[in-house]
Design a protein around this ligand. Structure first.
Ligand SMILES: Nc1nc2c(ncn2[C@@H]2O[C@H](COP(=O)(O)OP(=O)(O)OP(=O)(O)O)[C@@H](O)[C@H]2O)c(=O)[nH]1
Ligand SMILES: [Mg+2]
Length: 228
């Protein structure tokens, strides 16, 4: 199966410096079908995409969750991969991420940092709270659906585009990742994990402030645990 059956969807908000490294790396590895969903960037993100002839669509201005849905609707391929723009995700793992889809063995494949390691999930208090929160949410998901996953939060994931669209996700922020997983499992989609190492963001600052998003995650967890 040629890579053009897969669209790599990259949500990007002010990621010009990172995309200037990621887009040529993807192109050089033979990935032709790339789509950037731009979060109304003001740093020349669109110019970098033009330079590498990567198509750009704009999100609805509501956050990363909204951006992923815009990407899903805009793509035409059978499979999609969601990849962050910030250099955290290993392009060399794209083929491994797609393998279970291509083999017809999965509908959603999540790159697990718990299996593959992370350079930004350990060390400080912020990382401690993130890892603890993420592990707690994963444990809730495992308990509800009687599965044994390790990483409910990683945004690096691949899936069958139409099946993901059928999940009818609603969340606009970065809670989209857990909502997608809850809904995938509740609708009987086959979810598997593959190991992938997460690198530190290369340029710029994280969009996530734990103190601000903490309550969103709790609310999303409760809602999806009870109703997904
Ligand atoms: N289109 C779009 N992309 C976004 C938005 N918010 C974040 N992103 C992108 O989504 C990806 C992941 O961003 P976040 O989940 O905020 O996390 P982060 O900024 O990488 O921070 P860390 O979790 O510390 O790595 C990055 O490529 C961001 O540029 C948004 O509102 N719109
Ligand atoms: Mg990141």
């Amino acid at each position: 199966m040629s890579p053009t059956e897969t669209t790599i969807i990259i949500a990007a908000k002010n990621e010009a410096a990172n995309l200037a490294e990621l887009l040529p790396a993807l192109r050089n590895s033979g990935w032709t079908d790339i789509l950037v969903v731009d979060g109304h960037s003001v740093d020349g993100t669109g110019d970098v995409c033009d330079k590498y002839r990567v198509p750009v669509v704009r999100d609805g201005g509501r956050g990363k969750g909204d951006a992923l849905r815009v990407g899903l609707r805009s793509a035409k391929s059978k499979f999609v991969v969601f990849m962050d723009a910030d250099g955290s995700h290993e392009p060399a793992d794209l083929t491994a991420l797609l393998a279970p889809l291509r083999a017809g063995q999965a509908d959603l494949v999540i790159a697990s940092r718990l299996l593959g390691g992370s350079s930004e999930l350990h060390g400080g208090f912020d990382e401690f709270f993130r890892l603890t929160g993420s592990s707690f949410i994963t444990a809730c998901i495992n308990h509800k659906f009687r599965v044994r996953l390790s990483d409910s939060q990683n945004g690096y994931r691949a899936g069958d585009r139409e099946k993901l669209m059928g999940l009818d996700t609603r969340e606009n922020s970065t809670t989209i990742e857990q909502e997608m997983l809850f809904k995938a499992l509740s609708r009987g989609l086959r979810v598997v994990e593959v190991p992938s190492h997460e690198y530190p963001r290369k340029h710029g600052k994280s969009h996530i402030r734990l103190s601000r998003v903490f309550l969103n995650y709790i609310y999303s967890l409760l809602k999806n645990y009870l109703f997904a």
